[in-house]
Design a protein around this ligand. Structure first.
Ligand SMILES: Cc1cc2nc3c(=O)[nH]c(=O)nc-3n(C[C@H](O)[C@H](O)[C@H](O)COP(=O)(O)OP(=O)(O)OC[C@H]3O[C@@H](n4cnc5c(N)ncnc54)[C@H](O)[C@@H]3O)c2cc1C
Length: 457
């Protein structure tokens, strides 16, 4: 048996930083990875998809050359080169994580599948490792629901999408939420015919209705077909392609395509971790139950990142690391409940999001104010010829603090941080109106928009 001060399972967005923190404090740490270093974000999530989104954006702008005063001739997409660029960017990060960990003194890197043997031991490659503190950062994977026909067709997920170096003639995306919409728009821009099939009555169902509607219009304007209310989805082979049926009645509606991507949610990688051997509790979906400082029900064992169900983003996983590290090393009692929800959807234009949704504000029963402003009236957007979307900000009528905001439009993923930081400062929105902003930017409109607050209904 090998002894360490700490064992970390998984090299996602929390594990490597935590390993470096332990090692830097002079403690011995073992970090275990069964697949690719860097986990989802680096290999099959944020980094490769945002690299592909960048290619799709460049292609889209090139096609609009005439509007900007240039001609390129026919824009021809070389999908193999698009993929090669994605592989290079993603591979650089993957190598960066591995090199960093292997080069860290006091840190032992082990490749293999880890399983708990007891509350303080883990088995990997038939070797038993023991530590007083164990951190689980095992992330998640695409969920493959048991819909009829699913195992009879060669479906794709966000992971297998990373390997394709050809252009699907007609890509059917099952799932109209964050992952599905990004793939749908990028493949449409690469040149595929694309149909989104969504079970719910609107796209990205947890967003406000006006956001869902605007996103739908943006995607439809690019020629993406959207089929909503697909209550009862089944898959079948047809010729060399696949058919997705969308209704349970006797005359099923269907769409036939060449490839199908399943983007219908994520599952935590916890079922093959031997959690029962250590007595670690999960919820009914398999997410590890943690307290406000990310400790599991077993003393000495923590769970960070997607596997704890408290976040589903790279920044929430990294923030989990910060919370655990500050609690352990700095006696700074940070808590998960202190953080404010924030994320982006990387279609073009992007959606930057922070704080409460309209529905959450309504449920909270607060008296709120709201201001909404179309991007077409933002001169920066107009100058750049990218005027889709809007900015919406909600504030508490009593405290004047910002409750939530959505910026669907050019730069939305960046500008949202102006509002987010004011929220963390617990300052009233009026501080934004006293700041001098740079012209021409999207952010310079925030004071103007906040001057238009009216009752939220
Ligand atoms: C297509 C897509 C796009 C995304 N885009 C964004 C985005 O733009 N922005 C954003 O913030 N988030 C995005 N996300 C979400 C983001 O990728 C994840 O939230 C983030 O990677 C979570 O990281 P994690 O630390 O929980 O673990 P992961 O990154 O999932 O890593 C877990 C690691 O643990 C390893 N592991 C699992 N089980 C074991 C075991 N038993 N033994 C050893 N190793 C094990 C896995 O191999 C993996 O390497 C995206 C996700 C997807 C799927």
């Amino acid at each position: 048996m090998k002894h360490f001060d700490a064992i970390i399972i998984g090299t996602g967005q929390a594990g490597p930083s935590l390993a470096a923190r332990f090692a830097g404090a002079g403690k011995t740490v073992a970090i275990i990875e069964r697949n690719k270093f860097g986990g989802t974000c680096v290999n099959t999530g944020c980094i490769p998809t945002k690299t592909l989104v960048a290619s799709a954006y460049a292609i889209h702008v090139a096609r609009r050359g005439a509007e900007y005063g240039f001609a390129t001739g026919d824009v021809r997409v070389d999908i193999k080169r698009v993929k090669a660029r994605k592989d290079a960017v993603s591979g650089r990060s993957n190598k960066g994580v591995e090199d960093w960990l292997r080069g860290t003194k006091n840190c032992t890197v082990i490749q293999g599948h880890a399983r708990f043997q007891s509350t303080n031991t883990v088995v990997v490659n038939d070797e038993v490792l023991q530590a007083g503190q164990i951190f689980i950062n095992v992330g998640g994977r695409a969920s493959v629901p048991d819909m009829p026909g699913v195992h009879e067709v060669p479906f794709l997920t966000n992971s297998s999408m990373m390997d394709i170096d050809f252009l699907p003639e007609h890509l059917i995306v099952v799932g109209g939420s964050y992952v599905g919409l990004e793939f749908a728009q990028m493949y449409r821009r690469f040149g595929s015919q694309v149909t989104i099939v969504e079970m719910g009555p609107r796209l990205i169902g947890r967003e406000d209705e006006d956001i869902s509607q605007a996103v739908r219009e943006i995607l439809e304007a690019e020629g993406i077909q959207i089929r909503l209310n697909a209550k009862c989805i089944s898959l079948a082979k047809r010729d060399s392609g696949v058919v997705v049926r969308m209704d349970c009645n006797d005359d099923p509606k269907e769409v036939a395509g060449t490839h199908v991507l399943l983007a219908v949610g994520r599952l935590p990688n916890t079922s093959d971790l031997g959690l029962d051997r250590a007595g670690i509790a999960t919820d009914r979906r398999g997410y590890i139950t943690v307290d406000d400082q990310l400790q599991t029900n077993v003393p000495g064992i923590w769970a960070l990142g997607d596997c704890n169900g408290r976040g589903a983003f790279t920044h929430t996983s990294y923030n989990d690391y910060e919370i655990v590290a500050d609690n352990l090393f700095n006696a700074d009692h940070r808590r998960v409940s202190d953080r404010i929800q924030a994320y982006a959807l990387y279609i073009d234009p992007p959606l930057g999001r922070c704080g409460m949704t309209d529905a959450e504000i309504r449920t909270s029963g607060r008296r709120a104010l709201v201001a909404k402003y179309p991007m077409v009236r933002v001169s920066r957007a107009y100058e750049k010829g990218e005027t889709q979307g809007f900015i919406k900000i909600c504030v508490d009528a009593e405290t004047e603090q910002i409750l939530g905001a959505a910026i669907l439009g050019i730069g939305g993923d960046e500008v949202i941080h102006v509002l987010l930081d004011v929220m963390y400062a617990k300052a009233p929105y009026t501080v934004i109106q006293r700041a001098m902003h740079i012209h021409p930017t999207v952010a310079e409109y925030l004071p103007t928009i906040l001057a238009k607050l009216e009752p939220f209904v």
